[in-house]
Design a protein around this ligand. Sequence first.
Ligand code: NCD
Length: 311
Amino acid sequence: MSTDFKGMDVVSIRDFSREQIEHVLRLAEKMVPIAKGEERSVMLEGRILGTVFYEPSTRTRLSFESAMSRLGGKCLGFGEPKISSVAKGETLADTIRMIDSYCDAIVLRHTQEGAARLAGHFARKPVINAGDGAGQHPTQTMLDLFTIRKEKKKIEGNHVVIVGDLKYGRTVHSLSEALAMFGAELTFVAPPNLQIPKEHLKAIEAMGHKPKISSTLGEALKDADVLYVTRIQKERFPDLAEYQKVAGTYRIDMPMLKDVKSDLIIMHPLPRVGEIAPEVDETPHAKYFEQAFNGVPVRMALLGLVLGGLK
Ligand code: NCD
């Protein structure tokens, strides 16, 4: 598979080989000083990124905007469909066709699974999926892999425990398959009705892995190298009563960390709503804020690749 990404849509992590992801991670490493503002770049000067967000976002949208600005480019778009013609009933296809003519690449977050793939059909410019309902979140996965590799030196062989809402959590859907592709060992911890969907489990098993499935953290936590915590995705529950039954099931606090490996890292795509006690932030295990920063260099690398500034 080629590492020439120019013009390519970024919709699902399945669209990428391990070699391609490694290429993104290597380039992202080189972007860190620019992402921190220590070095300047005009690589994407004159280029415009459209950011089209139909769902709330803090990190994803702002880190894309930061990445584009740090490379000398500009952004336009909306983070709130109520202020665009979407509120007047405009279809996704029409909105995308228009924005496509105003910019050089589009970052889309949408409530519906499959929306980014659909947008890719209507846009001539590259479409980057920033989360499609309970579907995929490929750029989050790349920054998650970047974080694990940075903290652990490699991804292969690490025992990654993923806990929380594995059914509706799109970050988990993309990340679990990528981790299997990179040779990590996986344990999925969730209430039975929020476990990892069969589709992803089958894909992971097809890569020769046998992930552990559990509803309790207990034993898995003692042996974990990476703990990836996720939010219960309240907005995806068809019935609020069902959400209330599982809300607050898992909360990582200081007593839980008593017997963990000293070099365990704790990650979270954020936002957290009580899954990790604030005291944990002060421990050397906490890496979620570094993880959020890593979104900038990783998205810089991806933008450089799809817009053709990087090879
Ligand atoms: C995640 C998302 O939107 O899927 N957030 C993010 O992009 N960092 C996770 C979540 O909302 O729980």
